[in-house]
Structures are given as C-alpha cells and as structure tokens.
Design a protein. Structure first.
Length: 436
C-alpha cells in the first residue's frame, strides 16, 4: 500500500507502490458487521461518485445487554464476507468484513450500559472494513450468524457475547494469522548497496492516521475536518515538490483513506529501501493552546508533557483500530536496535534541525519550541534517518486556517524541501565522521 511519486521531463506520474493487500475474500464463517458514527459533512476535495458497497442499515443496528452477556445486531443492505476475533489489553471484539458504507449510523447505537464501552469503525485495508468494540470486561463470542433475505438480499448479522473469566479470555484471544493482513515474516537485514552520491534520495512520506483511525478532528464552517485527510493531501503536494527538485524520489505509506499500522509504516520504508522517513501529523492539544509547526526526533523520554500526550494519542490510534500488540519487540531486541541507532540517531537530529531552519526561512508559523523529542513508534527505524513533523494543531484556529490554505501549504512544503536539501549536503560531508 502506498504511492510512488516519479517525475519525467513534462509529466508527473502518481503510481501505486505496492499491490493491493486484499485479493481473495475472507471465508464467510460466523459473522460480519458494520457500525458507524453520525458524522457531520466532512470537508474533502475528493469527488464523490456512485458506490456498490453494502450499506449499513441504522434502524436495524443495535446492541443490548442481557443477563450474562451482550447481543449485537448489524443490519446490511447485502451480505458480505467477514471474520471476527477478540483481542486483549484492553478486551476488544474485532469484526472484519468487506467494505461497507457507514452513512447514517451512530457509534452510540452499539454502546451499552454494561458490556460495550465504545465502538470505532472505518476502512482498514483497501476494500475491507473493521469494527472494533471495546468491552467493559472479558467476553467470549458465544454465537454468530448472518441471515440473508432470499428476496431482497438484505442481511442481518447477529453476534452473542457471553461473560467469561480473564484466564479463559486470554487463552483464546488474538488475531488470526493471514498473509493478506499481517506483516511478512522477519528477514535478515542486509547491508545497503553503495549509492551514487548524486543519485536522488528516496524519501518515504508517511501521512498520519487513515481509515478507521481519523486522527484529530475539528469543525470549520459547519463541516468536519479530519487529520487523516489533511495530511494525505499535504503529503501528495509535498511529494510532488520534492520530485520536481530532481534531488528526491518519493513514496507514500498510504495513498488513500485506509488504515496502516505504525509497525507497517516502518516496514514499508524498509521494503522500499528508503534513505529518509518523514511522518506528517496535525494533532490536537488543548493543554497550553499548542500551535505552530514542530519537528520531532526519537527519544525514550519525551522532552515535555505535551509531547508525551501526543505519543499516547498516536499509540492509542493503533489500539483503537484493533491492532494486536502481543508480538511487540522484547527487551533484547530493543537493545540491539538501540545499538544500530548509534549512527542513525545523530543523522536524524541533524535532519530535524535542518527542517526547522528550512521552515523558518519560509516564514512559517513555528511553535515556540520547534525542535522536540518523543518516543513515536514511527521514528524507531534502526537504519533510516527519521523525523516527525507536526505541521500544525487542529485545536488552534490559526493553524487550522493555515492547513486549509493552499498557499500556506505550498510555502511550508518549500520550507521542508529547503531543509532536506541543506541536510543532504551536510550529511554527505559529515556521515564518515558520524561512523567514526
């Protein structure tokens, strides 16, 4: 999943980096689902067309507690392939099914007094949707069935959850392994081939959030603005400018509105053999009225409380999207990765400083402390210099207006380009010294 931005003399081509993840439908076993939230009009510049997606039927969708569990009913305009499973820490039920249209459905329709505390939904990978139900306590899937009307083709999915012990829940929880959804098996790291110093550098640009994870949200002129849409738009605009410079090739971790886990974003950069990794965000913070552009590098300890809050928000996005974190790196792996970062981290710090300088040169609205550190997962690549740019904060009216302004985005993109050009020159000169 991703997009390659390449440049010829007269044309610019936007092409897919990786093949679509999902090719064959999932086996229709016991359950499919759909749920959503009644969202106001979303401000978007993407044209809307006809859709052949199954539609959620809000009036047929509900959840209710019973004596020893919770019942869930999902109404669909047609039957779709599906799968379902549970995840722990915290307890969740995850339902994956062929993509549906969520229009008109409220997440509150699936929240109950005792069993389900929250519901989140959206595109997970291209062509497939995910519904995640947060549970108040461990519950097992007792029964699940989809009934399809032979005349209208309308479908009703019924799922019954029953209360269980923490031990029983832990013994059966976990995402099923499926090559179409999961990361590939680890492979040995191979030393990179020497690259011509004059050849364009490959930058992987990572538009934050996507799909089921909208990121920060704000209202503007009666419409809903979402971080995932703004960052994808800015990533494409920035990528085009970088390619036109002739100094960089660009690939995106996502080229549409679908979910990409934090771990997969790094994996895509390694698969592409990237020279640089740049993650883009526009978060929301009410504390201290945060505003202005900020550039982050990796650190185990956040440089301030606001940075720690941002890390928590972004990690929670993976959790809310139903990501299984049970296979996270152990301590031995972390130590080995830290050793590998001995060379990479100084280069990342130099990159961040160059980006801040380049952004200031364009007169951008910078944060009062534009250079910070935090433990963002997307910055943890051991061998690729990486930085995260909080382009602005949707909680700031000034930043929101800037992000919606094409001229401001162009100046900001040019500031990033200038910073990257400066970093590249300095990096060629100092890299041998860093290795020593």
């Amino acid at each position: 999943m991703g997009r390659t931005i390449a440049m010829s003399r007269k044309t610019m081509v936007l092409a897919a980096l990786l093949p679509v993840l999902m090719a064959a439908p999932l086996a229709a076993q016991d359950a499919a689902e759909a749920v959503g939230t009644p969202t106001p009009q979303v401000i978007s510049q993407v044209p809307q067309g006809f859709s052949g997606l199954a539609r959620i039927e809000p009036q047929e969708t509900r959840a209710a507690d019973r004596r020893s569990g919770t019942d869930i009913t999902l109404g669909l305009s047609q039957g779709v392939p599906y799968r379902l499973f549970t995840l722990a820490a915290p307890p969740r039920v995850v339902l994956d099914f062929q993509e549906v249209d969520w229009s008109g459905l409220s997440a509150q329709a699936l929240v109950t007094e005792d069993g389900i505390t929250a519901a989140q939904f959206g595109t997970y990978v291209p062509g497939w949707s995910r519904l995640v139900l947060a549970l108040a306590q461990p519950m097992q899937i007792d029964t699940a069935a989809m009934d399809i009307d032979p005349v209208t083709a309308a479908a009703r999915l019924s799922v019954a959850l029953r209360e269980t012990t923490a031990e029983e829940f832990a013994a059966t929880t976990g995402a099923p392994r499926d090559a179409r959804w999961d990361l590939p098996a680890p492979t040995p790291m191979i030393a990179r081939e020497a690259k011509d110093s004059l050849a364009p550098l490959l930058i992987v640009i990572d538009p934050g959030h996507g799909g089921i994870d909208p990121g920060a949200e704000a209202f503007l002129q009666g419409g809903l603005v979402q971080e995932k849409d703004l960052m994808l738009q800015f990533a494409i605009e920035l990528g085009e400018m970088l390619v036109r410079s002739g100094q960089f090739n660009v690939q995106l971790t996502r080229d549409d509105d679908y979910f990409v886990s934090l771990e997969r974003r790094i994996a895509l950069a390694h698969q592409a053999k990237a020279d640089l990794f740049l993650s883009l965000h526009a978060d929301s913070l009410s504390e201290g009225r945060a505003h202005g552009t900020t550039v982050y590098t990796l650190s185990d300890d956040a440089s301030d409380a606001a940075s720690a809050t941002l890390v928590e928000r972004q990690e929670r996005g993976d959790l809310l999207a139903g990501t299984d974190l049970s296979q996270a790196d152990d301590r031995v792996t972390d130590v080995l990765l830290d050793l590998a970062r001995v060379e990479t981290h100084p280069r990342s710090q130099a990159l961040a400083r160059a980006l801040v300088k380049g952004l200031k040169s364009q007169g951008g609205a910078m944060n009062r402390r534009p250079l910070r550190e935090a433990g963002f997962s997307v910055l943890k690549s051991a061998d690729i210099p990486s930085a995260l740019v909080e382009v602005g904060f949707l909680s700031s009216p000034r930043d929101l207006a800037n992000l919606m302004d094409p001229e401001w985005r162009e100046r900001t993109a040019r500031g990033i380009l200038n910073g990257l050009l400066s970093w590249r020159i300095a990096d060629e000169e100092t890299r041998p010294l860093v290795r020593q």
